[in-house]
Design a protein around this ligand. Sequence first.
Ligand SMILES: O=P(O)(O)OC[C@H]1O[C@H](O[C@H]2O[C@H](CO)[C@@H](O)[C@H](O)[C@H]2O)[C@H](O)[C@@H](O)[C@@H]1O
Length: 352
Amino acid sequence: MGLQKSHSFKPKAQPLSKPEHDVMVTDDQRPLGTPDPIADQPILSDAGYASWMVEHPSALDSFDQMMKAAKGKKIVVFLDYDGTLSPIVNDPDRAFMSDEMRAAVREVAKNFWTAIVSGRSLDKVKEFVKLSNVYYAGSHGMDIMSPVSPRKQCNGKYQNIANVENKGNDVLFQPAKKFLPAIQEILSKLEEETGKIQGALVEDNRFCISVHYRQVQEKDYGMLEEKVKSVLQKYPDFCLSEGKMVLEIRPSIEWNKGHALEYLLETFGFRNSRDVLPLYIGDDRTDEDAFKVIQSRGQGFPIIVSSIPKETKASYSLQDPSEVLTFLLHLASWKKSSYSNRSSSQFWGIGN
Ligand SMILES: O=P(O)(O)OC[C@H]1O[C@H](O[C@H]2O[C@H](CO)[C@@H](O)[C@H](O)[C@H]2O)[C@H](O)[C@@H](O)[C@@H]1O
C-alpha cells in the first residue's frame, strides 16, 4: 500500500534553514536551524524512500502480522494529535479532526485503553478531540488527566503529591507545575518580541510554548529565531527544540511523551506487564521519545506518520492522517471480530 504510491518529495514548507546535505542526521547531532530530518522536509531520493519503507513497513500492509503478534496480549493505544489525527494546516487554531476520525478513535477507545498525547495544552486538545472515553496528556506529556486515581506505586515514583491534584473526578499529574509563573513571563516576552514579525504566532500550551513560523517570510526566520533565543537566555531552566515549522520552549525537566506513556501504562495497571503492547502513532520529533520507550520495552508497535523518509525509532509507518484513520478502523473492527469469534467459539465449546 505505502510502497505503491508515488512521491514527489516536495517540501510542504520551508525549513528554518535550507538543507545543505542529502543525509540523515540524528536529533542529538543537530543544532537548531540546521537540516531537520524529523520536520517536514525531504532527505532522501526515491530509491532511499523504498529502502526506508523496507525498514519501516506500512502498518496497513503489516496489520495482520501485527495482530498475530498481539494474540493473547493487551494493546494499549497512544495517539498524537497534530499531523496524526488532524492534518497539518497553516492556522494552528483550525487544526480540526474530522468526524470520521473522531468516530474511529471513539470505537478504538471502546475496546482498548486509549490516550491522546499532544504538545497542545490539555484544554485545547480536549476541545479538538471532544471524546470522553479517552485519556489526555497535554503539553508534551507534562499535563496528564486521568478520569480515575493513578495506581499507588510502592516506590512512590509517580506519587509526588505536589504534582498530583484532584479536579472533580479527574486526577491531574503536572510534573512542571512550579514553572508556571516563569512560563507566563516568557510567554508575554515572546509575544512582545515577536509581535512585529509578520506571520509569527506564539501559542500558549500551558506547560510549554510554541512559536510558529509556518506563515513567516523566509527572510525573517533568522530574526525570529534570534529573538526567541535572546528571550530564553534569561531562563536557563528552559530549553528550545524544533518541531514542524515551530520552535518549542519548555522546562528542562526529565519528562517527555515517553515518560507520559510509561505513566499512563502504570495508571492502567500495566507498568511491568509482559502482556501489554503499547501502540503509539505520531508524526513529530517529540513522539520519538515514546517510540524509544516502546523499543526499550522490547514489545509494542511504534508507528510514525510520514510520507517521506525520516530518522526514526518507529518500526512501522503510515503516510498521513487518512491512513491513520484506515488503521484505526481496522483495529476497531479486528477487536470486534476477535470478540465475536471468541464468543461463537465459546458458544460451540471450541475456544479457551
Ligand atoms: O504533539 P502534537 O499534538 O503533534 O503537537 C505538536 C505541535 O502541533 C501544532 O503545531 C503543528 O500543527 C499546526 C496545525 O496543523 C501547524 O500549523 C504547525 O506548523 C505545526 O507545528 C501545535 O500548534 C503546536 O503547539 C504543537 O506543539
